[in-house]
Design a protein around this ligand. Sequence first.
Ligand SMILES: Nc1nc2c(ncn2[C@@H]2O[C@H](COP(=O)(O)OP(=O)(O)OP(=O)(O)O)[C@@H](O)[C@H]2O)c(=O)[nH]1
Ligand SMILES: [Mg+2]
Length: 304
Amino acid sequence: MASPGLWGKLRAGLARTQARLSERLGGALDAPLRLDDAGARRARGGAHRRRPRRRHVGRADRPACASACAAAAAPPGGLRELLAEEIARLLAESPDPQPERWPRVTLVVGVNGAGKTTSIAKLAKRDLAAGRTAVLAAGDTFRAAAAEQLALWGERLGVEVVRGPAGTDPAAVVYDAVQRARARGVDHLIVDTAGRLHNKEQLMAELAKVHRVLEREAKGWSVRTLLVLDATTGQNGLAQARAFLTSALADGVFLTKLDGTAKGGVVVAVARELRLPVLYLGVGERADDMVDFDPREFAAALLD
Ligand SMILES: Nc1nc2c(ncn2[C@@H]2O[C@H](COP(=O)(O)OP(=O)(O)OP(=O)(O)O)[C@@H](O)[C@H]2O)c(=O)[nH]1
Ligand SMILES: [Mg+2]
């Protein structure tokens, strides 16, 4: 269980999603469960059959009676508990995250405005709180203000930011940042990237080059790619993420702006459709507005 502070943040962040859910389900959430015999038989037939893991899950694969199926096998209680169980089960279907190993490089990718730079600040603050050291690399050399924004976060947090002049090759910035991180014996190098999607070939080439630099210069470091996804974009965001994944394979998702949306259910879609573990949730614009994702806590907070 997360600390009460994090739990509070998660619940506050999910307030709009929760309100919409309650509105749609009306009083049913708190009513005692009663399944008629036929319903119970049907439900039991389909209850808790685990499907093999697959990369692409189509509409036809979705259980037709998710909550009712769970209902038949569950102890007596409200629909609330059953839904929470079912949501937690769906979320637990995504692959396990990479084990934590330090030193680590985190490449942060995602479309424009998804929240990459802000999420980097959150990750860095998390490092500091855990007693780790971090260096940030301003790998978004495409947009002039991008390095400024990262530098500002660095100043606020007291974390070094490595940057180059506008238009520099991002791989060159990453090269410099790795040298700094190694010289200082830093635990975590977090790399900001440009969120361009309009030219996939260019993006792919750029990321491949960054990976080559990391392979050469950051031997022995664990490397992961974190996809930042804006929850407020819902299904549209998912479509973008799918397109993005064809060019940048990610290891996990940082889902942002959950505080500003009633579309918190997109977490379930990310886990099931992208087959990527959701690792962190962004619940505000400040550096500590972040919670670790946990399927059970998330499901419980959603229905609380
Ligand atoms: N409410 C809320 N706002 C967020 C969250 N994460 C980021 N934002 C806001 O979203 C906006 C875009 O965030 P950035 O971090 O600049 O996004 P980016 O992906 O780096 O954007 P580009 O560099 O332009 O591609 C900013 O106004 C952030 O404050 C979040 O979890 N909650
Ligand atoms: Mg940015």
